[in-house]
Structure formats: structure tokens, C-alpha cells
Design a protein around this ligand. Structure first.
Ligand code: NAD
Length: 488
């Protein structure tokens, strides 16, 4: 079995314990991972804190930080294929997606490299004579970054990139499911030339590692991506230290299709919206809300195409849907489908795993038009399962779209420009895609509200979340201070 090590203070080491990582394609253990416990977390935070105040890092110019991030971006691009193969092996995410996504991850680091020396303070036109007042923008401190297993390199990049651009240091806890790509990334990071301790990469389980890290008194900010239940723990943990948090959580995103669309084009977008990443995507367009005028024709094309999707080993270039990452996800999906059928929902295509024991899940479409209480309308599957609801009016479409506790993403398909604008205004979500879906860029902020969390990743302002301001007052008068009991 392959063995991986954690990365603390610029050195690779074994952790307090080890655990086996399972290859989802075979169900077999294939590697031994370092399992960080409290002592390892303490060491990682101490390394990050010492780097944060070190002259090497704190004294480095912002432009020099940017150059290091550029070097890191180049190294990621050079090693993209190897990282992709490792992510595919450890998480079951198909190679087509991991290779394209990791090549693009380099662009996120390039974006934040460029931003490093554009994080500016401000001069204030203060309302007092003989005073100069300005704001310094300073790095917030040690950042705890926690990521789930899906798209880890990408989800880590939107935290590490802005945090290092701002001058913070980071302890990244990789997911216990599929941590290999992050531990391999640490080796690439090590070659980029950052001072030791600027980034530390550990992995371990929620209670023994994640909870210790997010409640650590030396952590100033927790950047978390994962599910809402874990996020509640994170917020409670961070309360010990009153650390700030940014939470990128799940979704139950509406995909709204009006009657005036090109059906084939919208079907293709829906297929990618729900079945890409085998449905294991926070922005999955998992609720199709479709005009009753075209519902039958749309579902007929959708089912025909869904039935032809190539399910297979994740490392084959021809594969379009691979295995789910974990057995518990599979079991949750099976249970939700059964409960939805009991509530009156009808399976249009698919309906469960390929075989009773398999992690390979059939692309599934469930019509809930006569089952408004079906749990598949409200619960995130994190699997290739689409629910369907028909509508007659635009107002009804909007009501259905907003009938969710989440608020991450949404899609609107129509050729009617004024209607598109009304929908954009009415939808309660952090992202609205019009006549497209799943497009992302380092330049565009990403995030949601409600159970989808708070804070934004990507874009200019994300780097500011890793800073705090310091107001500086300087008296310019040479006159002695006259009356000590008057505030100036
Ligand atoms: P999860 O919440 O179970 O785990 C996420 C991370 O939190 C893991 O590293 C885990 O070890 C850690 N963790 C668990 N308990 C903890 C605790 N008590 N304290 C600190 N850390 C703890 O999520 P998952 O099942 O691995 O991933 C799927 C979820 O992530 C889905 O809900 C999905 O929608 C969401 N997600 C969101 C985005 C986004 O950007 N909005 C992107 C990808 C995934």
C-alpha cells in the first residue's frame, strides 16, 4: 500500500495514527494516510503561527508573495495530470473532470498572485484639524481551512490563494475521504519556495482533528466547505476563540426551464447540471422546475440521454459517471428515493445503484409533480438524482424555485429577456446562471445564503476576508496637548 505523510513547518512527517483510504472504484484499501490528532493539530497551528510572525513571511513584500503564488501555479499546471490521477484514485471522481479541473486550479492561484499587491489600505478625510488618519489592511492571522473530499484541490485553492495573497498562514485539513491529492499537493507546494509553516497540510477525522483545529485559540479565521450539519459544529467550535468564519455549504438548486427554449440545448445543460461529477457537486441543479407545456417532451429526451450515459471506472477517459465516493452517500440516496416513492413520486429513469451492493449509481430522474412533500425535493443527495416539478405560470416557477432552505445556485432557461431579468431579481440564491449552468471563474464570487452558508470565495473581495483593518491616528501639530480632559 502507498503511504502518505502530513506536512507541518515545511517538513513531511508521520502523524499520531494512520488510517486506510478506500479506492471507491474497487472498494479496496489502497493507501495509508496520516491521521492527525490533537498533538499534530497543535504542532501545525504552532508552525503556522510562528511563520505568520516570522520576518521571512511577515517581512516579505506583497509583490514577492505574488511571485511565489505564480510559481506555485506553474508547478500545479506542470503536475496537473499526476494530481488528477491521484484524486480520481482516491475519490472516484472521473478522470475527465479531475484533469480539466486541476488544470484550471492553477488559474485561481494566478488570479490571487496578481491580487497580492493590490490589497490596499485607505486614507480617511478625517473631520479634525491636525490629524492624519489612515487604514492599514493587515492579514487576519492563522487560517484553518477545512475541505470536503469532492474537488479538494479546487476548494483548497479558493482558500489558500486569497489567504496567502493577504499574508496569512494556513493549516489545511484535508477530508478523511480521499485526502491523497491534498497530501500530494503539499509536496508541490514545498517546491514553490514559501517559508516553512506558511502552509501546513494535515488530515484526520471530524471530532479528533477538525474540531480541535477549528476551536484552536490561535486560529483567527475558519474557512469551511462541507455540509450544513458540520458547519453548525464549526460555528460552535469557533465561538471558543471568536474566530470569524466563512461557510460554503450544500445546495438544492433550482434549474428552471420555460417553454420557449431549444429543448435539446436545455436538456444537455440539465444533464451536465445534475450528472456531472456523478451528481456530487454542491451546485448540482438538482430540482428541475419545468413548464408543463414542454415537460413531457423534455423528460422524454432527458431520459433517453440519461440512459446512454457511460457508467464505468473513473480512470477511463470514456467514463461519464463513476462511483459515489462513500457507501454512506449511496445509502442516503437509496433511502431518500424509497421515501420519495412512498410520498407519491414516480421514477422516470434510473432509481438506484447499478447492483444491490454497488457504489455506481444510475442517473435518476424522479417526477414529484404529484408529490409536493417528497423528501427528494428538500434533501441534498450529493448523487446523480434529479427531482422534477411542473409549473404553469412564471409566478409559480419562482415560488417553487425559492421553496428551499438552501440558496447557493440556480439556472434559468428562457429566450425572453425581460422574463429572465424578473427571475434574476426574484431568485434567492448566490448565483444565477441564465441559459448556462456550472460556469465558474476565479474572477466571479461564489457562495450562498441560508443553509448554503455565508461568505464568498473567488473574486476581488475574497482576499479582503483574510484581512483586518488597523486605523492609524497621527497628530501633525507640534503644539503641546493643552487640556488632558478633552477628547480630540
Ligand atoms: P462534511 O461536512 O461531512 O465534511 C467536510 C469536512 O469537515 C471534512 O474535512 C470533515 O472531516 C470535517 N469535519 C467533520 N466534522 C467536523 C467537526 N466537528 N469539526 C471540524 N471539521 C469537521 O462534508 P462532506 O460530506 O465531506 O462533503 C459534502 C458536503 O460539502 C455537501 O453538503 C456539499 O454540498 C458540500 N460542498 C459545498 C461546496 C461549496 O462550495 N458550497 C463545495 C463542495 C461541497
Amino acid at each position: 500500500m502507498q503511504q502518505f505523510q502530513q506536512y507541518i513547518g515545511g517538513a513531511f512527517s508521520d502523524a499520531s495514527a494512520q488510517f486506510e483510504s478506500i479506492d471507491p472504484a474497487t472498494g479496496q484499501a489502497w493507501a495509508l494516510m496520516p491521521e492527525a490528532r490533537a498533538a499534530d493539530v497543535d504542532r501545525a497551528v504552532a508552525a503556522a503561527e510562528s511563520a505568520f510572525y516570522s520576518s521571512e513571511w511577515a517581512g516579505m513584500t506583497a509583490s514577492a508573495r505574488g511571485k511565489l503564488l505564480l510559481r506555485l501555479a506553474d508547478l500545479i499546471a506542470e503536475n496537473a495530470q499526476a494530481l488528477a490521477a491521484l484524486e480520481t484514485r482516491d475519490t472516484g471522481k472521473i478522470i475527465r473532470e479531475t484533469s480539466a479541473q486541476i488544470a484550471y486550479v492553477a488559474e485561481y492561484y494566478r488570479y490571487y498572485a496578481g491580487l497580492a499587491d493590490k490589497i490596499e489600505g485607505a486614507h480617511l478625510p478625517i473631520d479634525k484639524p491636525d490629524m492624519e488618519v489612515w487604514l492599514r489592511r493587515e492579514p487576519i492571522g492563522v487560517v484553518a481551512a477545512i475541505v470536503p473530499w469532492n474537488s479538494q484541490l479546487f476548494l483548497a485553492a479558493v482558500k489558500i490563494g486569497p489567504a496567502l495573497a493577504a499574508g496569512c498562514t494556513v493549516v489545511l485539513k484535508a477530508s478523511e475521504d480521499g485526502p491523497a491529492p491534498m497530501l500530494a499537493f503539499a509536496k508541490i507546494f514545498d517546491q514553490a519556495g514559501f517559508p516553512p509553516g506558511v502552509l501546513n497540510v494535515i488530515t484526520g477525522f471530524g471530532p479528533d482533528c477538525g474540531a480541535v483545529l477549528t476551536s484552536h485559540p490561535k486560529v483567527a479565521h475558519v474557512a469551511f466547505t462541507g455540509g450544513p450539519e458540520t458547519a453548525r459544529h464549526i460555528v460552535r467550535n469557533s465561538a471558543d476563540n471568536l474566530a470569524s468564519t466563512s461557510l460554503e455549504l450544500g445546495g438544492k438548486s433550482p434549474f428552471i426551464v420555460f417553454e420557449d427554449v431549444d429543448i435539446e440545448s436545455a436538456v444537455n445543460a440539465q444533464i451536465s447540471g445534475i450528472f456531472a461529477a456523478s451528481g456530487q457537486s454542491c451546485v448540482a441543479g438538482s430540482r428541475l422546475i419545468i413548464s408543463n407545456q414542454i415537460k413531457d417532451a423534455f423528460l422524454a429526451q432527458l431520459s433517453e440521454k440519461a440512459a446512454k450515459i457511460v457508467i464505468g471506472p473513473p480512470d477511463h477517459m470514456a467514463t461519464e459517471i463513476g462511483p459515489l465516493c462513500t457507501r454512506s452517500q449511496r445509502d442516503t440516496a437509496v433511502d431518500l428515493i424509497a421515501r420519495s416513492i412512498n410520498a407519491g413520486a414516480k421514477v422516470v429513469t434510473g432509481g438506484g445503484p447499478q447492483d444491490a451492493d454497488s457504489l455506481y449509481f444510475l442517473p435518476t430522474v424522479i417526477d414529484c409533480s404529484d408529490a409536493p412533500d417528497a423528501p427528494c425535493l428538500t434533501h441534498e443527495f450529493f448523487g446523480p438524482v434529479l427531482s422534477v416539478q411542473g409549473f404553469d405560470t412564471e409566478a409559480e416557477a419562482l415560488t417553487l424555485a425559492n421553496d428551499t432552505a438552501f440558496g447557493l445556485a440556480s439556472g434559468v432557461f428562457t429566450k425572453d429577456l425581460t422574463r429572465a431579468h424578473r427571475m434574476i431579481r426574484g431568485i434567492r440564491a448566490g448565483i444565477v446562471w441564465v441559459n448556462t449552468y456550472r460556469a465558474v471563474s476565479p474572477i466571479a464570487p461564489f457562495g450562498g445564503h441560508g443553509l448554503s452558508g455565508h461568505g464568498r470565495e473567488g473574486g476581488l473581495r475574497a482576499a479582503l476576508d483574510y484581512t483586518k483593518t488597523k486605523a492609524v491616528w497621527l497628530r501633525t501639530s507640534d503644539e503641546p496637548i493643552p487640556d488632558p480632559f478633552v477628547m480630540r
